[in-house]
Design a protein around this ligand. Sequence first.
Ligand code: NDP
Length: 257
Amino acid sequence: MERIGFIGVGEISGAMVEGLSDGVAAPPPISLSPRGASTGAALAAKYANVQVRASNQEVADHSDLVVIAVRRADRHDALAGLRIGAEQTIVNVIPGVSADELRGLLGTEADIVAAIPLPTVRERASVTVVYPAHPAAEAFFDRLGGAQPVADATAYNVVSALSSTVSTYLAYLGALADWAARNGVPQEAADRYVRSLFQGVDRSLGDESKPLQAIASEHETPGGSNERIRTTWFDQANAGALGATLDGLLADLEKPR
Ligand SMILES: NC(=O)C1=CN([C@@H]2O[C@H](COP(=O)(O)OP(=O)(O)OC[C@H]3O[C@@H](n4cnc5c(N)ncnc54)[C@H](OP(=O)(O)O)[C@@H]3O)[C@@H](O)[C@H]2O)C=CC1
């Protein structure tokens, strides 16, 4: 069975290790880097297929597929001098770090595949975008809910920019609950109401026969209060600012470094 290694054991690697291991009859052997020690120790204690190695090189030496999941600023420290053979596969989840840059850093002939896993890989509940298409990387993410290759680097960067909007969405929900609390609804009740409201709405996203804007229209009565908030708050200026922010992020992701 293909052996998996993780360089950088934080939030997203933890989610991938859980998704690969939790309740799985034949999980792959997994090696973890020593950094991210508390997460690594907890995962190794929980799953018999998971082992923390003494160095990043040991992780590479015990893996057919190596996932690189450190923060962008830590890539030089984590990768300098690391030897990864041509027969191995590298999955890079650091946004804005190109295959060319990684190849230069590692001096490797290995295939390098970029991927955008979401935290819900933990429950094997999300599809992971990969670029370019690659059988081993797709087989890896198939174990975590599915893989979706995209056609070119621009499409990959656009999807990467979209995936960066999640905390804003969640902070928006938090701001709604906080507003309710400021207006006399107990914070706990406000939180519970906002969670249940949007969990219900998010389920309507499952109907892929309807365009997103059509689903939005279904949630609003002409002249009603949903329409009032959308047109007075999420007006052209606000929608334009969102587009401009995404354009800026995309330009940064595409900039050669
Ligand atoms: N969180 C997410 O939802 C997603 C994150 N990503 C990307 O994945 C990467 C990791 O994100 P995330 O898991 O959230 O970040 P975390 O900060 O949670 O984890 C990063 C891990 O890297 C470790 N690390 C730092 N330096 C080294 C090194 N020299 N060698 C080995 N490991 C090292 C850190 O260890 P220590 O704790 O010891 O400092 C830490 O455990 C980022 O580039 C992020 O942009 C991509 C998709 C989704």
